[in-house]
Design a protein around this ligand. Sequence first.
Ligand SMILES: [Zn+2]
Ligand SMILES: [Zn+2]
Length: 194
Amino acid sequence: MGSPGPAREAAGAGATADAGLPFFRYHPDPVATGSVRASTRTCACCERARGWVYTATFYTAQEIDGPLCPWCIADGSAAARFTGEFTDSYGLDGVSRAVLHEVTRRTPGFSAWQDPHWLTHCEDAAAFLGEAGYRELARHPEALAELRSTLRLDGWHDENQLEHFLTRLGQGSATAMLFRCTVCATELAYVDAS
Ligand SMILES: [Zn+2]
Ligand SMILES: [Zn+2]
């Protein structure tokens, strides 16, 4: 999977909507996050070159000859044909079966150092907004505060060390993954480290 690219942030469905791509409730702008990019390659599922391909994780036991297109992700045909999932179900315990399947089988995943996972809020999956370093997080104080309290619970007791770690997010071997609740719009984040 390699390391994530430069910190990016997706405010809405901007680039993805502009490109006429399907709308993904739980990953509104996969072009901005880097999970979908322009390409002339042919989709391994529909066997058409539709101008865009998926670049991130797909867990399947089958051999797939080539990339998948966003349309075959959106309608579930890629997950069904190759019996695969775009995201591990880790962390999605509190959501309905329908939401679980939408996230794992019909939503583009994303690349990260650790196995990517989805955050939840209000008993629904949150929308993935993209990788965020400290500068981006500082513009999302809610997410930053949430991250700070999670890290304290995880055993970061030295406040200076904690702040030092947070301010270095996105610069080296750790970054944050930013989400927004699809129900109440609360912003959330988790730390991804190499
Ligand atoms: Zn396709
Ligand atoms: Zn919420």
